[in-house]
Design a protein around this ligand. Structure first.
Ligand code: TYM
Length: 327
């Protein structure tokens, strides 16, 4: 299968990104043809400081490498270095009904959070995302739950284009994890964990253990004392249990049993200890990579080359199909 997925450069990688998306990428890269992309052009749909954006993009690549994304097994690249993404986005924009974009819940949420003006790029964001995916004739896209609606739009646009201009794009399927597709905020466990909320609501994968422990100990829990998985009645405890179960690779039932007669503080302390232990090798790898600027550049150059050769061929086909004059 050909796989494509992306992550925004801004903000630290948090355990929602890792458990919902990146942990799937790590499995899929073992057996499939994978393209993983740091989507800097998506990040600028809200205002960014140029110097910080550049640093964040490089840092996100390093974070992905440190989690185990392997340049030998996949193409790892930066979106803006393959300009065909934006060319296809323009073309797909000309066939995207406004109504489809108005329905997007992520746009509504982000527009609400945005303190300054809301720009057209934020509204058209899902079209750029569809272009990222369709450009590579992607068959499957591993993401968290919050991206599922964008994937539906991607399939709609593929169908529209194919029926108007002939078979061109593949309709990609969405791959969601059974558990971990929606990790919740530590502070408001009925909302998803998000990097645009306050730092005490998320756990960074590369965060120092002390800071992580503080946040976990201060996480919102539920009324009652019992430790059991029940998303409706116990969203806070269920979220902590999910994170525990995924990082320990113990099934939920086993995790529940382990904490059956214990109190909330014990669960929190155990989770902090588990994360400290599991994430230490990743932190170490990141520290090593931080100083290897040339190595990281070379990986991105190779990723760009692999992505470009497919992107160029797709765009040539698309240009011919829609009647753009060939040079
Ligand atoms: P981004 O950068 O917000 O998040 C990267 C990935 O992490 C997942 N994720 C979560 N999963 C579980 N629980 C959470 N709380 C959580 N928060 C985030 C996201 O679902 C995502 O898979 N629009 C995308 C980036 C993108 C993309 C693409 C993805 C651009 N083009 C093409 C796939 C294919 C985004 O902003 O992800």
């Amino acid at each position: 299968m050909r796989i494509f997925s992306g992550i925004q450069p801004t903000g630290p990688m948090h355990i929602g990104n890792y458990l919902g998306a990146v942990s799937q990428w790590l499995e899929l890269q073992k057996q499939h043809e994978c393209f993983f992309c740091v989507v800097d052009l998506h990040a600028i749909t809200v205002p960014q400081n140029p110097k910080e954006l550049e640093l964040a993009t490089r840092n996100k690549v390093i974070e992905l490498l440190a989690t185990g994304i392997s340049p030998e097994k996949c193409a790892l690249f930066v979106q803006s270095q393959v300009p065909e993404h934006t060319e296809l986005a323009w073309i797909l924009n000309t066939m995207t009904p406004l109504g489809e974009l108005e329905r997007m819940t992520q746009f509504k949420d982000k527009a609400k959070k945005q303190k300054t003006e809301v720009f057209a790029g934020l509204f058209n964001y899902p079209v750029l995302m569809a272009s990222d995916i369709l450009l590579y004739k992607t068959q499957a896209v591993p993401v968290g739950q919050d991206q599922a609606q964008h994937l539906e739009l991607t399939r709609t646009l593929a169908k529209k284009f194919n029926s108007r201009f002939g078979e061109t794009f593949v309709e990609p399927k969405t791959i969601l994890k059974k558990e971990g597709a929606r990790i919740m905020s530590l502070k408001e466990p009925r909302k998803k964990m998000s990097k645009s909320d306050k730092p005490d609501s998320y756990l960074g994968i590369f965060e120092e253990p002390e800071s992580m422990k503080k946040k976990i100990m201060a996480a919102t829990t539920d009324t009652g004392k019992e430790i059991k998985f029940d998303e409706k009645k116990k969203p806070g405890i269920s979220n902590l249990l999910t994170i525990y179960s995924l990082f320990s690779k113990e099934p939920m039932q086993k995790a529940e049993k382990k904490f059956q007669k214990k109190d909330y503080a014990f669960l929190k302390k155990s989770l902090a200890a588990l994360l400290t232990q599991k994430l230490e090798p990743l932190r170490k790898k990141k520290r090593e990579l931080d100083s290897r600027e040339l190595y990281v550049k070379e990986i991105l150059r190779q990723g760009q080359n692999r992505a470009s050769s497919i992107a160029k061929a797709t765009m040539q086909d698309v240009r011919e199909k829609i009647g753009l004059l060939q040079s």
